[in-house]
Design a protein around this ligand. Structure first.
Ligand SMILES: Cc1cc2nc3c(=O)[nH]c(=O)nc-3n(C[C@H](O)[C@H](O)[C@H](O)COP(=O)(O)OP(=O)(O)OC[C@H]3O[C@@H](n4cnc5c(N)ncnc54)[C@H](O)[C@@H]3O)c2cc1C
Ligand SMILES: *[C@@H]1O[C@H](CO)[C@@H](O)[C@H](O)[C@H]1NC(C)=O
Ligand SMILES: *[C@@H]1O[C@H](CO)[C@@H](O)[C@H](O)[C@H]1NC(C)=O
Length: 454
């Protein structure tokens, strides 16, 4: 009988996992290495190694209606798109309402999670933690929910760019970016047009002398505000759209939607034109970028090629001289140093996961990895459903297919995504919002059905 479940991390994923365990009559024990809940959303003025870090101005890119926990709406006074401090406050309210704090061991870091010697029979895990006094403690758990986040190890690809050793300006990662204060009056290049790159470039362009945004691929840029002023995700992620997407050829949807976007601002004229079609990748959610470009404070540039003294060289041969700083918004590597290496695919250390949740190689499915995916909608509701399914699988109420079947599903989903994402790692991370939620909800509810009509 699965009873005690370790929850690694006390961010939003950890909190919902604790709650789901309690709902199901299990005993969750959560370990959180910092002294507070909230994970990524706990803003700090400075960075600490191996911890996530956000910038001061960060505002969510998913609406409060769509991103909240299913049984705990956001306070009525919250705006549709809130500042990071309000989201942290929401997590505090959630933890208080469901009395979750008492399950969390703060300042306790999980050092290792390994299968017990009798794992083939018991499915149990040895968990070693380091407490606030630096002492190691050993625990035995029936299940493990990994909620440790994956924005902790910034990728700074400096060595890809010749001349970086002699570049006279500063180079740093968006992980190190807090606000634009240090950029006042400077000439700054921002590299990468993910959500962070777009936000940071737009913000810097308000105080810098000149800001350049370098992108390899371009992006379709969509504002948070959709038709009639409603939140983008509320109007985009609907059952109707989900059905239409299955009926209408993708090329037609792309053509029509790109036309609408270009009517607002022609992506080509603005230097944003992507090589990919709209539906192929997540669009960039940003309200300010086009306006900053229109006002000339922000200048779009192609891919970075290298450095030369104080100059930054781009792939079209242009050079911007006297650059003071380059901000690399080049993303993160997932990192799970405490997990058994056998769960990764070896080469790059990426976790192989069935439905982005379960390592297929385990003899007993008593470990699940939460939130390690990318999607066009909010993360939290998906993680909540992941937690529900994971707990059903742990307790044997829901069953996973055979290892071979799971590996085949993983491979076919990755192959399908490779059509839009050329990078295998990126391809493996993508999930379709409504279809995945439906799939997991089916797994969870078929259990209910079976328990009523055995
Ligand atoms: C800049 C940025 C903006 C984002 N904006 C949105 C948005 O608007 N909407 C949205 O839905 N998603 C957004 N996301 C995605 C975001 O990751 C999720 O919303 C959510 O924060 C993930 O929560 P988590 O609990 O899984 O991870 P985290 O919030 O990272 O929490 C992980 C926790 O685990 C702890 N931990 C790690 N390792 C250990 C260990 N070994 N032992 C003990 N504790 C450990 C950490 O201290 C941390 O508290 C954004 C992400 C980024 C980077
Ligand atoms: C919101 O921003 C984060 C951080 O860049 C990103 O990972 C996530 O995919 C974005 N969400 C959407 C719906 O675009
Ligand atoms: C670097 O800049 C100098 C002076 O502007 C120029 O002569 C040189 O060719 C440049 N080097 C490269 C590799 O572009």
């Amino acid at each position: 009988m699965v009873q005690r479940v370790a929850v690694v991390g006390g961010g939003s994923s950890g909190l919902v996992c604790i709650k789901v365990c309690v709902d199901e009559g299990l005993e969750p024990v959560c370990f959180e290495s910092t002294d507070d809940i909230g994970g990524l959303w706990k803003f700090k003025d400075s960075t600490e190694p191996e911890r996530s870090s956000i910038y001061r101005s960060l505002v969510v890119n998913t609406s409060k209606e769509m991103m909240c926990f299913s049984d705990f709406p956001m306070p009525a006074a919250y705006p549709n798109y809130m500042h990071n401090s309000q989201l942290l406050q929401y997590f505090r309210l959630y933890a208080e309402h469901f009395d979750l704090l008492k399950y969390i061991n703060f300042q306790t870091t999980v050092k290792s999670v390994t299968q017990r010697p009798d794992f083939s029979v018991s499915g149990q895990w040895d968990v070693v933690t380091i407490n606030r006094d630096g002492e190691e403690e050993r625990h035995v758990f029936d299940g493990v929910l990994v909620c440790s986040g994956h924005y902790t190890h910034p990728v700074l690809p400096l060595s890809d760019f010749p001349g970086h050793e002699t570049f006279s300006g500063k180079c740093f990662h968006s992980w190190d970016y807090k606000d634009a204060d240090t950029c006042r009056g400077k000439r700054v290049v921002v590299v990468g047009i993910g959500n962070s790159g777009g936000d940071i470039a737009a913000e810097i362009s308000r105080s810098a002398e000149k800001t350049f945004l370098s992108t390899r691929q371009g992006a379709w840029v969509i504002g948070r505000m959709s038709s009639n002023g409603l939140p983008l995700d509320m109007t985009a992620i609907t059952r109707l759209n989900n059905i239409l997407m299955q009926l209408i050829p993708k090329t037609l949807v792309n053509w029509a939607a790109e036309r609408v976007l270009n009517q607002k601002y022609d992506h080509r004229l603005y230097g944003l034109q992507p090589r990919h079609r709209l539906l192929d990748k997540k669009p960039l959610i940003n309200d300010d970028l086009p306006g900053r470009i229109l006002q000339g404070a922000l200048v779009m540039k192609p891919n970075l090629k290298g450095f030369n003294g104080s100059g930054v060289v781009f792939e079209d041969g242009t050079v911007e001289e006297n650059i003071d700083a380059v901000v690399f918004c080049t993303g993160y590597n997932g990192n799970f140093p405490f997990l058994p290496p056998a769960l990764s695919d070896g080469s790059k250390g990426e976790l192989t996961l069935y439905k982005r949740l379960f390592p297929p190689s385990l003899q007993h499915p008593t470990l699940a990895v939460m939130g390690l995916f990318q999607t066009k909608g909010p993360i939290i509701p998906v993680v909540e459903m992941q937690a529900r399914w994971a707990v059903k699988v742990f307790t044997g109420l829901s069953r996973l297919p055979s290892k071979e079947k799971m590996l085949a599903v993983i491979e076919s989903e990755r192959k399908r995504n490779m059509k839009s994402y050329s990078c295998p790692r990126q391809a493996a991370l993508q999930v379709d919002y409504i279809p995945l939620l439906d799939f997991m909800a089916d797994e969870v509810s078929s259990v209910l059905y079976k328990s009523v009509f055995p």
